[in-house]
Structures are given as structure tokens and as C-alpha cells.
Design a binder for this molecule. Sequence first.
Ligand code: NAD
Length: 501
Amino acid sequence: MTTTDDRPATVPHWIAGAPYRSTDASQSEVVDPATGHVLSSVELGSPAVIDAAVMAAQAASGAWASTPAPVRAATLHRFRALMIDHTEELAAIVTSEQGKTLADARGEVARSVEAVEVAISVVQHLKGEYSDQVSTGIDTYSFRQAIGVCIGITPFNFPIMVPVSMFAAAIACGNTFVLKPSERVPTASVRIAQLLSESGLPDGVFNVVHGDVDAVNALIDHPDVAAVSFVGSTPVAREIYRRSADAGKKVQALGGANNHMVVMPDADLDAAADALASAAYGAAGQRCMAVPVVVAVGSIADDLVARTAQRAAAFTVGPGDDEDSDMGPLISEAAADRVKSALETASSQGASIVVDGRANVPATGYFVGPSLVDNVTVDSDIYQQEVFGPVLSVLRADDLDMALRIVNASPYGNGATIFTTSGVAGRKFSHHVQAGSVGINVPIPVPISWFGFGGWGDSRFGDDGLNYDAYRFYTKAKVVTQRWIEPKSGISPNFVAAKHQ
Ligand code: NAD
């Protein structure tokens, strides 16, 4: 098992099937957020490193695209098996750098395995369609082909799942890939690269470069890069989308979120409070599908707040590698300070702090405990910003229509969920809510990978999502019209069409 003791002092890049170190690279520290201790450092890729990675991907591109699809799929099958075998090791790496609990990190690996399975299966969609005899002796068919070198830029909160949901589909479809993971959680990507190599993936098909904004810009601007996938915060997503589109690249950029749960008066309040506590405080609120806002409808608001407060107070906050912890630290000191300052501002703007996560947390590391803030208004700072921490804000609404107006006025549209025992309310909510992933009586409505994933509004720029949707993004369609009979006539200057009687 890889632990903090046997990790390399410097996390290398991974280029052309081997670790890659550069002598001129600047470095950034990788910190254990549960202790504040430096675990290692990571090289920040210079333009020369970025070029080397893209060149390796470009060099591998033709042969991999020509590799029969079942052979590509078999490679990913072996990778899937290795991921399962290495679940404990991968989870430990995630926990040590990201901070989430081991149980949560194991769940991340399991969802990543699911994404690989779906990537293998979506390859069947490359087969396209066929129309026989569209004119005399002429058939037309379509199929999809790989697009070349794809890049992925990923956030700190899912060091394995988000990269896998990009590269597995890209590789399955015959592309090569350069991943630029978050420089705060770099180690898992390199371990994944090793496992892909062990699975028999040819050198250069999957590469990892570390870095910050400069590395990202160099990747986007590289003339040999065909497509850009991004997941991260909304301001960066918007900029990546603009820059990639300006450069004529295919681009999908998934951004931040502020997901709402609506709780109706007829809901099972214990089930709703359980769901709120897990969705708001799990992973310290650092999930794009976390629920930081609840809209309590009608007279149940006080009761719901009381039941949720009980659960928040019962959370065990501690290091992610302590099996007793329900919740780990925030990713950095700056993130913890941001959450504390959001609570302070909320209080000064008239909200009531029902459970205060600033109290009773471990003295070292970047911890803030579960926090519950009541009487929040839509114009307050805590509602307007993406807090991305273990804070649940409570808003109140008179009825479902008012709740829907609140939810739909949010610029984000990643996810939304409702708790109710009324099919009518559930159906109305799912039909009218402006969000990409919708839940009814489930806390975090991340769909199984057989469906596409991606938000609406400021939560996604670009059309295609991840997982099931990804084969469309990572391929381009070609339509072929063919004739194999001797032409009966000579030049035809017009469109050819079937004769209608
Ligand atoms: P981030 O936007 O700070 O960073 C994401 C990636 O972009 C990292 O690899 C980082 O190195 C790079 N980056 C940072 N600033 C950049 C810049 N100015 N130009 C180019 N690249 C830059 O996000 P984060 O803090 O790592 O992750 C948390 C955010 O990600 C939250 O907003 C969360 O909601 C969002 N997120 C969204 C989804 C989704 O599916 N929509 C999933 C996970 C996380």
C-alpha cells in the first residue's frame, strides 16, 4: 500500500509510458490537509514539458486510433480489474492529499470503475447508421472516428473519478490523452498512469503533466491538441471555454455549483434531515453535487432545522484515514478561512448560525465542522457565493412554486433535489427545475454513468457532458455516400436524389 512514507519526494510527470522529470521545472508543495504537513512537491510543467507530452500523445495517436476497438476495450477491461485490485491503495492516496475519509475515497474508486465500464460499452455507438439504396445503387452510412489528442484539466475534489470519466471514454474511442490534474492532488494520476501501462496501454496514449495556469494555457494553445475537457470552478471554466473556442478546439467546461434541496411539508422529515446532513457535510461539502442550500417549504421549516442540527452536531470530524471520522478537512488553509469568513459575514448580514463549525475541531489541519445557517436570504453573500465547504444554508418558501422560483433564479444548474411523498410535486419539480441532474427523495442525484453528466447554466459551458455523453464529445461523425455499380450516365451537376413518383 502506498502511504505517506513511500511516496516520491517529487511527483513526476508521466510522458510516453514513463515518469518524466525536468531539470528546469518550478515546483509546488503537496500538503496533507489533515495535518498541514508537506507530503511531497510536484513539478509545474514548463512549455517544454507540455510540448513533450503533447508530442508523445500525437506520436501514439495514429496507431491507437487504428487499433481494433475490441483490443482497446480489452485494455480498459484489464485496467478496470487493476483498479479494483488497487482500491485500498488508490483510496489511501486520495485521502492523504485530498483529505476525504477512506470510506468516501473507496466510493470514489468504485464510481471510477463504473465509468471505465461505461467507457468500454459506449464504443458500440461509434458504429453509426446505414441507409440502403438512398438512390439507385447508392447507400449512405455514418460512423464516428477519434479526434486525436485530447486534454483534461481536473479539480482537486475527485482526484480519480473526474480524470477517469474523461480519459476512459477518450481512450476507448481511439484518442490519446494528456491529463493536467490539480497540482494539489497530483499523485493518484501518476499511479493511474502506471496501472494503465500495466494493462498494456501503449506508451504515449495516456500522459500526465502537472502544473498551474501556465501549463493549462500552453496545453490549450498547442496546435496538436484537438479537444479540451475541463472540470473546476465557474470562472475558470468560462475562461477555458473562451480560450479553447478562440483556438478552434472542441471544448466542454464543467463549472461550479450551488445545489438546492427542496423539502415539502409532506416529506419524511427524518429521511430529509439524514439526506441533508450527508449531502451538505459529506466530503466536507467539497463535492460539485453537494447540497449547500435547503429550501424548506411551509410549516416544517423549524422542525427540519432542529432535526438537521442534531445530525450536524453528531458528525465526527477528524483525519480522513481515521475510520471513525465522518468528515475530513478542507483542502487548504485558504479554503478553511473562506468558509469561516462566509459564516462570519452571514452572521453580520442577519442569518442565525444554528450549528457553528468553527468550534470544537482538531487543532491542526484545515478543519471546519458541519455548520447550519438559518434565515438566509437570496441576496446574502453566503447564498450568492459557492462556499464549497461544510455549510448548509436554510431558506424558506411558502409553497413549491416559490421554492422553484428560488432554485431557478440561481445562475448555477448542476443539480437539484426534492423530498416529498407527493408524486405530483415530484413530477412538477423534475419537469420545471433548471438543472442537469435532478433527484426525487435522493440526496445527491449523481446519475449512474450509463447516463450523461453535466449541469445547466453557469455549471457547464459546451454541449456534451461526461460519462455516457462522452463518446459524442470524443469523436466526430463522418457520413459516407457510396456507389459500387457502373455509372449509367455521365456528369450530374445536381444533388442526387431518389425519384418520387
Ligand atoms: P479550480 O477551478 O481552481 O481548478 C481546476 C483546475 O484548473 C485545476 O487543475 C487547476 O490547476 C486549474 N486552474 C486553476 N486556475 C486556473 C486558471 N486561472 N486558468 C487555467 N487553469 C486553472 O477548481 P478546484 O478548486 O480544483 O475544484 C473545485 C471546483 O470544481 C468547485 O467550483 C466545484 O464545484 C467544481 N467542480 C465541478 C464539477 C462538475 O461536475 N461540474 C465536479 C467537480 C468539481
